[in-house]
Write a protein that binds this ligand. Structure first.
Ligand code: ATP
Ligand code: MG
Length: 572
């Protein structure tokens, strides 16, 4: 299949000529979309929620469709404005002020979103934690951020060592619990019921903080990434052009708000654009997901390669019982998107899956595939207008096309992190000669498409050739027997490193010498002899972060018998 010929479609980003759009673009023009361009004072909660609640045409539109196995609820923009005002009043009455860190450790629910916007409305900094974190992960983040308040549920409270966290003064419990009688505990429902539905919003500056997000921990100890209200410019514009949302769309981002995708594009992006946002609780299964798309009439879907690969393993049979015909646009983030997955998407959904590249530190999408752009499967696409991306060497010099190097972005851009929490030297270490260094290895081709190769540390040097683990993994999963693959470089006296691949097998396949040899030959024929794994090991599971990323550093530590480092984000 020549996938370069996948038909492009009209989208919000309609300027067919990417170069033209790129040249004309100015972030200053995006400011005009918001009320604060006149006042200079801002609050992202106003732009995402209250602005729509005050618009008679939008007030009664569903902001949120919450759907979990035991609960389904629709929340309008008007209701979300009122409930977040109530929570802002609760926070104020307990002394929470601008700049305080208020963390959330709870499952997605309507209460989560009221609390989240309540935090922003008082000018405090929200710190969302993934609900599956265990005690150490919770402790590390609360300690590092010196959060003074935590919002959690009685069930999750067991994993919060609150008596050992001196800064943590107050805990809001969402749900009944006897402990709420103790000092420092606040009963969410009781206080919400008594709180006023109007609140005088704290107007802040564009450069004031709103969010503290910890990274996924794929490469080491998670970093506390600090974001400011100004990021909304980019949340808004990228959601419009890359996720292509229109006012009557029903949008679903599968990421948990404990990860940056779950806030930038699970909260801000859709609501800054006034779009109905579907939140699905409960466990992942292909049936649950397809059912969610069918039942809520999802039109735009943003998810991750790990999820798409699982759906692909379940086969086209899994999607057949469901009517997902309203779906019109799909995008992906978090890991490289394998060409095999794009080919499968064309078969299963008759739609392209658009890869987008960005990081917790970047706050929003930077390099993307756009609806109206020809797609080269395996490429992350091209820089968003207003973003200058390049490949540089270790001295900060730009490299020509087709040379692998550090993927770098000209600093700053609207949603760029403003600090690593309390670690100025770490923050500084991201920058060189005016470039932000991503830590990812990539190259760009003559047509300006960027191609991800791997994390800088993951790039393999075998017999003098540099091999990115991503292309080997992508080739491996094209083999009919292989479900998932993680590839590492293993030190070798003769070759520097050899390529070792860990794979999981699709259902119905048994490990055998013949099968492994067949897989090896498949990569050799498809890629090259030097890229074919010298060692192949079948596993039951590939270790991943809780945000779904393959943890190659862990595969490597296991292989070499080295200490495993920070495992707080390892999925069980
Ligand atoms: P840590 O920084 O703690 O090691 P992490 O880098 O995985 O964790 P995130 O900020 O969640 O934390 O992920 C950003 C990284 O994810 C990028 O640096 C890149 O390696 C990878 N990534 C994200 N999107 C893509 C994509 N479209 N293609 C390839 N890689 C991607
Ligand atoms: Mg990172």
């Amino acid at each position: 299949m020549n996938m370069q010929r996948i038909e492009v479609k009209e989208g919000n980003f309609n300027l067919k000529d990417y170069q033209e759009a790129y040249k004309q673009f100015d972030w200053e023009d995006v400011k005009k979309e918001f009320s604060w361009s006149e006042t200079g004072k801002v609050n992202i909660a106003y732009e995402a929620v209250d602005r729509h609640a005050e618009n008679p045409d939008k007030a009664d539109q569903d902001a949120l469709i919450y759907s979990a196995p035991d609960r389904e609820e629709h929340v309008t923009f008007s209701q979300l404005k009122k409930s977040s005002n109530q929570f802002a009043n609760v926070l104020s009455s307990h002394g929470i002020e601008k700049g305080d860190r208020v963390f959330l450790f709870m499952p997605r629910s309507p209460e989560f979103y009221s609390a989240f916007f309540g935090i922003l409305k008082v000018g405090a900094i929200a710190g969302p934690l993934f609900e599956a974190f265990m005690e150490q992960a919770v402790r590390d983040r609360l300690e590092d951020s010196e959060a003074t308040m935590l919002i959690t549920t009685p069930e999750l409270l067991e994993r919060v060592p609150y008596s050992e966290l001196p800064h943590l003064k107050q805990i809001v419990l969402v749900g009944e619990d006897p402990e709420t009688n103790e000092e420092g505990f606040i009963d969410f429902h009781k206080e919400m019921n008594q709180a006023s539905e109007s609140f005088d919003m704290e107007w802040v500056d564009l450069e004031d903080g709103m969010l503290l997000h910890y990274t996924s921990g794929s490469t080491g100890k998670p970093k506390g990434v600090y974001h400011v209200h100004n990021a909304m410019l980019q949340h808004y514009q990228t959601t419009k052009w890359v996720l292509d949302v229109k006012e009557d769309d029903v949008y679903w981002c599968t990421a948990d708000p404990g990860w940056v995708t779950g806030t930038s594009y699970g909260i801000f992006g859709p609501w800054l654009n006034g779009v109905t946002n579907v939140i699905v609780g409960g466990r992942f299964s292909p049936e649950n997901w397809y059912k969610a798309i069918q039942d809520h009439g999802v039109t735009v879907w943003y998810s991750a390669p790990t999820a798409f690969r699982k759906l692909m393993s379940a086969g086209e049979e899994a999607v057949k019982p469901f009517d997902i015909s309203k779906l019109r646009h799909i995008a992906s983030v978090g890991e490289p998107l394998n060409p095999e997955v794009i080919a499968w998407g064309l078969d299963a959904f008759k739609l392209r899956i658009h890869d987008t590249w960005w990081m917790t530190e970047t706050g929003a999408q930077l390099i993307c595939n756009y609806p109206a752009m020809e797609m080269k499967p395996g490429s992350m696409g091209k820089p968003f207008p207003g973003i200058v991306a390049s490949i540089i060497d270790n001295e900060g010099n730009e490299l020509p096309p087709n040379q692998m190097g550090n993927l770098a972005i000209k600093a700053p851009w609207p949603s760029m992190m403003r600090a690593i929490w309390e670690r100025p030297e770490k923050f500084e270490s991201y920058f060189l000669n005016g470039w932000y260094i991503s830590g990812d290895s990539a190259y760009y081709d003559e047509e300006g498409y960027f191609w991800f190769q791997g994390r800088l540390d993951d790039v393999i040097n075998t017999s003098g050739e540099r091999v990115g683990p991503f292309e080997v993994e992508s080739k491996l999963i094209e083999h009919e027997a292989v479900a998932e693959a993680g590839v590492i470089g293993k030190p070798d006296p003769e070759r520097g490193e050899i390529i070792k691949a860990f794979i999981t097998l699709n259902e119905g396949y048994q490990e055998s010498d013949e099968l492994l040899e067949d897989i090896r030959q498949f990569v050799k024929k498809g890629l090259s002899a030097h890229a074919a794994p010298r060692e192949l090991e079948v596993k039951d599971k590939i270790p991943k972060t809780r945000s779904g990323k393959i943890m190659r550093r862990l595969l490597k530590s296991w292989e070499l018998g080295l200490p495993t480092g920070d495992l707080s984000t390892l999925d069980e």
